[in-house]
Design a binder for this molecule. Structure first.
Ligand SMILES: [Zn+2]
Ligand SMILES: [Zn+2]
Ligand SMILES: [Zn+2]
Length: 91
């Protein structure tokens, strides 16, 4: 699922990288979880369907991703994420 993520302003990686969910060789990510300086505005980090290569739908703020997975986390549901979601899904 595509998700909204806040980006660490120190290293530019998304919050999930700091939670060791995405592999990076970044020292900032290895040291700080959660990061201290998150961007107030979230960015959309798209994922793509393995078969069709279409971007997957954006997860609603506050919903879990990887629901079948033990490490499934909830997406951020702050006002900025709600706004970004509304904007991204507006037709
Ligand atoms: Zn960082
Ligand atoms: Zn980093
Ligand atoms: Zn947020």
């Amino acid at each position: 699922m595509s998700t909204l993520q806040h980006v660490c302003e120190d290293c530019g990686h998304v919050e999930r990288a700091h939670q060791q969910e995405l592999f990076t060789r970044c020292r900032c990510c290895a040291n700080e979880a959660p990061p201290k300086n998150l961007s107030p505005e979230p960015v959309i980090t798209p994922t793509f369907d393995a078969r069709t290569f279409e971007p997957e739908p954006l997860l609603r703020p506050g919903e879990r991703y990887n629901p079948g997975n033990m490490s499934g986390r909830q997406t951020c549901a702050c006002q900025a994420c709600q706004d970004a979601y509304a904007e991204a899904t507006a037709t």
